[in-house]
Design a protein around this ligand. Structure first.
Ligand code: COA
Length: 174
């Protein structure tokens, strides 16, 4: 008998922030270390962030999605081999075909029970149709003041990018 899904995910008509939010967890092992061996390779962390953001975007729109832009990668706290890392991704803004996702990374030294904010960055994904052209996505429904403020900030970033011919280098966040 074919296996049955554990749960049918009813896709709501209204796509809220909570609906598509994603958390990925990873213990940083030696294979994830940079050349020095003691700390995580930054690229490994960025890959986790890209994956979490892409999954949130995919859950929101259910079309093929690709990374279009990444803003604000500043490592604030070192991530060591042996740390337990959590990557939280949530949509902050949608336009016609693009979705902005806030990705926050915390790192925990489990042995001493201390947790730090390692970094926060904003990933922009674009939905593509089967021919690779930008595809319209469902609007993001915001439900509280915090979500409204994040949406507004995302809209400002998007509009700044759109009005400047040189947005690839000049569209910086505060
Ligand atoms: C995504 C892509 C198809 C956009 O092409 P385009 O000709 O600029 O298309 P459009 O002008 O219609 O723009 C589509 C959307 O992207 C936005 N956009 C395009 N370039 C952008 C940038 N650098 N930063 C932010 N937004 C950008 C536009 O504002 C528009 O947003 P909206 O539809 O939500 O209003 C094209 O840039 C691409 O294929 N990039 C590669 C993406 C990829 O493969 N990523 C994975 C790499 S491994």
């Amino acid at each position: 008998m074919p296996a049955q899904p554990v749960a049918d995910s009813d896709v709501p008509a209204e796509r809220t922030v909570d609906y598509s939010s994603v958390t990925l967890s990873q213990v940083i092992m030696p294979v994830h270390a940079g050349p020095g061996g003691a700390y995580a390779h930054g690229g490994e962390i960025i890959k986790l962030m890209d994956t979490a953001a892409g999954l949130a975007a995919l859950r929101h729109c259910q079309f093929s999605v690709v990374t279009l832009r990444v803003e604000g990668i500043n490592f604030l706290h070192p991530i060591r081999v042996g740390n337990y890392v959590e990557v939280e991704a949530k949509l902050t803004y949608t336009s016609r075909s693009t979705m902005e996702i806030q990705v926050q990374v915390t790192t925990e030294d489990v042995k001493i029970a201390k947790k730090w904010e390692a970094l926060t960055a904003y990933f922009v994904f674009v939905a593509l149709d089967p021919d690779g052209a930008p595809q319209e996505v469902p609007p993001l429904i915001v439900r509280n003041e915090s979500e409204r403020q994040l949406f507004q900030a995302g809209e400002e970033r998007h509009n700044t990018c759109r009005i400047d011919d040189h947005y690839r280098t000049l569209c910086a966040i505060d």
